[in-house]
Ligand binder design. Structure first.
Ligand SMILES: [Zn+2]
Length: 207
């Protein structure tokens, strides 16, 4: 949480600020296939060898941009199961970790079983703020507990070979095992929710 900001007017932990932008970079073809940075450093890849986008760090500087997520904080919150609003541990109970999801119950029978989540979980105290502040939750959301939430891979830009350099063509979710993972510039860590149950938190509706 950014110092001096109370919960009632909190800017969500994962929200990007206007001072936080994608760093300049040049994507080139990797000699062994896939993409690389021209000036790549070891920390540009995760343990699975996936290349991550670069974003400058400056929480609290400029204006909060509620439509954008800071990829470093998203990744940290998702990996450590931190609340996407306050950055403290998300709520965990016997019936699972707490997630707020855009209400897509009509998407498939049994939704959200097996859903790939890109937004980190929440704590009980922040669920209401998330429901009101997160653009993707406007129009209705549901609270869900998931007993299983394994990391499945990343969300990011899929590149294709090209001259003089590979070009981004679309956004995808990929597992590290897929051959195309070498062609993805990751921006978000993804977890898959299973063994889900709905919970009634009596959330207020977005204004
Ligand atoms: Zn919280």
């Amino acid at each position: 949480m950014v110092e001096g900001i109370t919960r009632s007017n909190a800017v969500p932990y994962i929200t990007a600020w206007s001072a936080e932008q994608y760093a300049r970079y040049e994507v080139v073809a990797h000699p062994a296939g896939g993409i690389a940075y021209l000036d790549e450093a070891p920390h540009d890849r995760d343990a699975d060898g996936i290349l991550w986008a670069r974003m400058t760090l400056g929480p609290g500087r400029g204006r909060p941009d509620f439509g954008r997520v800071h990829l470093g904080r998203q990744r940290r919150a998702m990996r450590a199961l931190l609340c996407q609003v306050c950055g403290e541990p998300a709520d965990r109970a016997e019936d699972g970790a707490l997630w707020l999801l855009k209400d897509d119950r009509t998407d498939w029978p049994g939704w959200p079983e097996g859903m790939a989540a890109t937004h980190p979980p929440v704590c009980l105290g922040c669920a209401d703020i998330a429901a009101r502040r997160c653009p993707h939750l406007r129009g209705g959301c549901v609270a869900v507990r998931a007993r299983e939430f394994g990391t499945c891979g990343v969300y990011g830009s899929l590149y294709r070979p090209g001259r003089p350099a590979p070009t981004a063509v679309t956004d995808v979710i990929t597992t590290p095992q897929e051959p195309r993972a070498r062609w993805v510039l990751a921006t978000q860590l993804v977890r898959v929710l299973r063994d889900c149950s709905f919970v009634d938190l009596r959330l207020s509706r977005a204004a």
